[in-house]
Design a protein around this ligand. Structure first.
Ligand SMILES: [Zn+2]
Length: 261
């Protein structure tokens, strides 16, 4: 059974305390990718999460798409959020274990074209399915300017001391043989699609119930690879907590183990 590195985007929310209590009670470590705007307005749950042993990481300030911002704007978004994370760690009396960053909407500067899908044709379908949550959505290839932006942002992240999530345990060839393995920002190998059950999205996408999302877990060929680590993406947003609890419970029941970063 695969080992899971749980990553949670968009913290903090009104439910962060309950989420981290729940995960702690189950012995599940996680990385919380925090929005700067929410961290500024509501730092206490993140300080408590750090005290509870969770890793707090950077998810930019305003949760905007990097493809719509200039390189300098994205850098400012990241650096402002870093200051708030430093303060949260200071308040918790802990040192930053590592600097991790995940782009909002997984827009790495190239819009929905998260990685160059056509670079390795054997993996094109897997990558499109992964980054589009299994949805049949139309994706525009990036412009030359966007491609340049993406590489400049990678250089910036590297120079600023960010590191990729640990990938040593990930055996999937589409992860190891594509540009994903050299990304400095935080990637993932499975999306829970938990956000699809929020009122705003419900009914517009193929997954419409917790049972549907449990089936997505059951049917994923990569989660089923025994001996590989998987990086799982979930969210800390209003309405999503019961979904995350149910899906994490389902993964525990299936025998997955959760490991720290
Ligand atoms: Zn997000």
């Amino acid at each position: 059974m695969s080992e899971i590195l749980l990553t949670i985007d968009d913290s903090p929310s009104p439910d962060t305390d309950e989420l981290t209590s729940f995960l702690q009670s189950q012995g599940i470590p996680a990385i919380l990718f925090c929005r700067g705007d929410r961290l500024r307005d509501n730092p206490d749950p993140v300080v408590r999460a750090i005290e509870r042993g969770f890793v707090a990481a950077n998810h930019a300030f305003h949760h905007q798409r990097a493809s719509t911002l200039t390189v300098d704007e994205v850098k400012a978004e990241i650096l402002e959020t870093e200051k708030l994370l430093d303060q949260a760690y200071q308040r918790a009396g802990r040192a930053r274990p590592a600097l991790y960053f995940r782009f909002p909407h997984m827009d790495r500067g190239t819009g929905g074209w998260v990685v160059d899908y056509s670079a390795v044709s054997a993996h094109e379908k897997t990558l499109r399915t992964l980054f589009a949550d299994g949805l049949n959505v139309k994706l525009d290839p990036p412009t030359a300017e966007q491609i340049d932006k993406k590489s400049r942002l990678q250089e910036f992240l590297q120079a600023a001391g960010f590191t990729a999530l640990p990938a040593a345990g990930i055996t999937h060839d589409w992860y190891r043989q594509t540009e994903i393995i050299s990304a400095v920002d935080a990637m993932f190998t499975f999306s829970t699609s938990d956000w699809m059950l929020t009122k705003r999205h419900l009914g517009k996408w193929p997954y419409q119930s917790i049972d549907d999302l449990k089936q997505k877990i059951d049917n994923d060929p990569w989660l089923a690879v025994s001996g590989s680590t998987n990086i799982v993406l979930a969210h800390d947003q209003p309405e999503v907590l019961p979904v995350v609890k149910a899906l994490v419970g389902h993964m525990l029941q299936k025998g997955f183990s959760f490991k720290p970063a």
